[in-house]
Design a protein around this ligand. Structure first.
Ligand code: 5GP
Ligand code: ZN
Length: 114
């Protein structure tokens, strides 16, 4: 999708600080980090949100979560701990309509989230 910022990153048409580059998924640093480490993990294929996935996406979703763990290892927050978040839809706080996991760490996380 030409108009989707994360498709543009996945296609190499927009720059990003890549952490992890896989066949089906890509991890890169958030442009406006909310924590010392803030990485986004996306499927290369355009999927709007978690609400737009189905049983057929189970393998991809597993790959996405495994990539989040790998991104945490590669950015040095695996041992100290981190949070993985998927905002979905308007009330979920999603602002970019391309499925992504946030991997946040490097400081203690509050609970419940806002
Ligand atoms: P959401 O609010 O949809 O859960 O998260 C979208 C995230 O994407 C935000 O944290 C925002 O800072 C980040 N973001 C938006 N546009 C870009 C971009 O072009 N490049 C990068 N690296 N991050 C972006
Ligand atoms: Zn997209």
């Amino acid at each position: 999708m030409e108009s989707c910022p994360f498709c543009r990153v996945a296609e190499g048409k927009a720059q990003a600080r890549v952490v992890f580059d896989g066949d089906e998924v890509l991890a890169f640093h958030d442009i406006a980090p909310r924590a010392p480490v803030h990485v986004l993990v996306i499927p290369r294929r355009h999927i709007v949100s978690l609400a737009h996935t189905s049983q057929g996406d189970r393998d991809l979703l597993g790959t996405l979560l495994a990539a989040a763990a790998e991104a945490a290892r590669q950015t040095g927050i695996a041992d100290s701990g981190y949070r993985v978040v998927a905002n979905s839809g308007a009330e979920g706080g999603q602002t970019v309509a391309h499925l992504h996991l946030h991997v946040l760490g490097g400081r203690p996380m509050g609970w419940p989230p806002g």
